[in-house]
Design a binder for this molecule. Structure first.
Ligand code: AMP
Ligand code: FE
Ligand code: FE
Ligand code: ZN
Length: 278
């Protein structure tokens, strides 16, 4: 089997490994390909593709994971084989980045009003491409002793509904799918096993979605099997990946521990060329 991990974050969003480090690990773990799927940004792709060119027979699929809104629930949509230089995707991801900045500032204001010593500059400094995610705020909270780990920071301060939480601008699910298709990519529902309301999945698959992510680090075996069957019945492709954010378990990241066969990459490439790039 030629293993591929199709869900990986880098320092371009809230991952801990740079795009080059991600590629190095993927080769070390004997994968044939990976997809770079940073939240709301494509800025990590180029570096990963350049690094991959230093290896033989290893490929990087240009991807993205768009945080989207469906009637108040946050649904993530993955895009694969997107043309990441497409002006529409660059414009929209820029707007998303700005709104992450504004929201980050508001959350830090709330924390300061609660008496915590934390500044926006401290948070911005630990981001690579000025992408502000809640994990960056969590990291500063931990380093200053306000939280014992990321989970604790989310539970007490920055999780949804917690005192320092602020919403941010998100595309609707259907606009996310359109944006991915307009930039030549294939659109896949990320980690559908985490969607609380089952009916939502039945609705979204009618939005011209191409597939769903059946294999994911947060799906148990039963859920994975259920989602593979669901994909087959509904004539959708199914993908898989670790959703690795770079933290080390033992002394390795979980990159490559959740995977599908390379034939899925070829299938998506074909769909993107025939249906969306034509
Ligand atoms: P944001 O996109 O800025 O709203 O932050 C969401 C990101 O925070 C997700 O992509 C995860 O990487 C991370 N995250 C969300 N909830 C938790 C949690 N309970 N514990 C740890 N990380 C989380
Ligand atoms: Fe994340
Ligand atoms: Fe996600
Ligand atoms: Zn992810």
């Amino acid at each position: 089997m030629n293993k591929v991990d199709l869900h990986i974050h880098t320092t371009a969003s809230d991952g801990a490994l740079s795009p080059s480090e991600v590629v190095d690990w993927a080769v070390k773990k004997k994968l044939k390909a990976i997809a770079i799927t940073d939240h709301d940004t494509t800025l990590g792709i180029e570096e990963a593709i350049k690094r991959a060119a230093e290896y033989q027979d290893f490929y990087v699929v240009p991807g993205i994971e768009l945080s989207s809104d469906f009637e108040g629930e946050e649904i993530h949509i993955l895009g694969y084989f997107i043309n990441y230089m497409n002006s529409e995707i660059l414009n929209i991801t820029n707007i998303l980045k700005e709104s992450r900045m504004t929201r980050g500032k508001k959350m830090i204001d709330k924390l300061r009003k609660m008496g915590l010593d934390i500044t926006f500059d401290e948070v911005k400094k630990i981001t690579d491409k000025k992408f502000i995610g809640r994990p960056h705020i969590a990291k500063i909270l931990i380093s200053k002793g306000y939280a014992k780990d990321i989970q604790d920071a989310f539970d007490r301060y920055i999780g949804r509904g917690k005192p320092a939480y602020e919403n941010r601008y998100k595309l609707s699910v259907s606009d996310s799918i359109k944006l991915i298709h307009n930039s030549g990519g294939v659109a896949i529902i990320a980690h559908p096993g985490l969607i609380k309301n089952n009916k939502i999945l039945d609705i979204i698959i009618r939005f011209e979605i191409d597939g769903l992510e059946a294999i994911h680090s947060k799906h148990n075996d039963e859920k994975t099997e259920e989602l593979c069957n669901y994909a087959n019945i509904n004539n959708l492709i199914y993908t898989g990946g670790s959703d690795c954010h770079g933290s080390l378990i033992g002394n390795q990241p979980m990159l490559g521990d959740y995977f599908v066969d390379y034939e899925i990459v070829e299938k998506m490439k074909r769909i993107s060329e025939v249906k969306y790039k034509g």
